[in-house]
Design a protein around this ligand. Sequence first.
Ligand SMILES: CC(C)(COP(=O)(O)OP(=O)(O)OC[C@H]1O[C@@H](n2cnc3c(N)ncnc32)[C@H](O)[C@@H]1OP(=O)(O)O)[C@@H](O)C(=O)NCCC(=O)NCCS
Length: 178
Amino acid sequence: MENTPLLLTPHLTMDRFTMDDVADTAKWLSDPEVCRNLLLHPNQPYEEYEGMIRRIVEKYDTEEDYFQWCIREDGKPIGRFSLTVNRRHSGGEVAYYIAKQAWGKGYMTEVLTRVIRFCFEELGLNRVEADHFAENPASGRVMEKSGMKREGYARQKYCKDGVFHDAVLYAVLKEDLQ
Ligand SMILES: CC(C)(COP(=O)(O)OP(=O)(O)OC[C@H]1O[C@@H](n2cnc3c(N)ncnc32)[C@H](O)[C@@H]1OP(=O)(O)O)[C@@H](O)C(=O)NCCC(=O)NCCS
């Protein structure tokens, strides 16, 4: 199985990051609104973003089941989508973000829907899950529109800058889509 294969959605392309994507990544992740509901802080030194992309690029060739897609619109990077696979339990966990100028166009729903199909049809997984800060209902809506079901609510699951955040858990099973 190829790590992080090219995937297409109706409007977008998902492929591997390259070092040419550092500047765009630094731009989205410097936006406090993009980082608000992520465990990331905006406006890090440029070298942090460079290091982040370098680590991703190195792992494409050294790790198995490594899935980190760069989401592109007309070839230009607009976001990141991560899938962590747990073969023992045939499960996957996803996380994602896109640049603010791309919000509200249905893009993340397209991407998540495509990755869920990839997980079931190509990786042979049984379950795909994700969670989001309770303060981020837009992400829950993306999960719901992509066929995931709300399964639970984890109080104070995450701590960011000394503040606890509740999380809402969603998942989809292979059998849900049959
Ligand atoms: C959350 C995020 C991924 C959504 O991506 P997107 O491409 O704009 O999502 P879509 O356009 O596919 O769908 C968004 C849905 O959320 C809805 N929505 C937006 N703001 C909302 C809010 N405050 N409350 C409830 N729903 C909201 C939209 O109306 C839309 O639903 P609809 O099609 O039924 O109208 C994007 O805003 C983002 O990257 N945010 C910053 C990082 C982040 O939060 N990542 C997720 C971490 S779990």
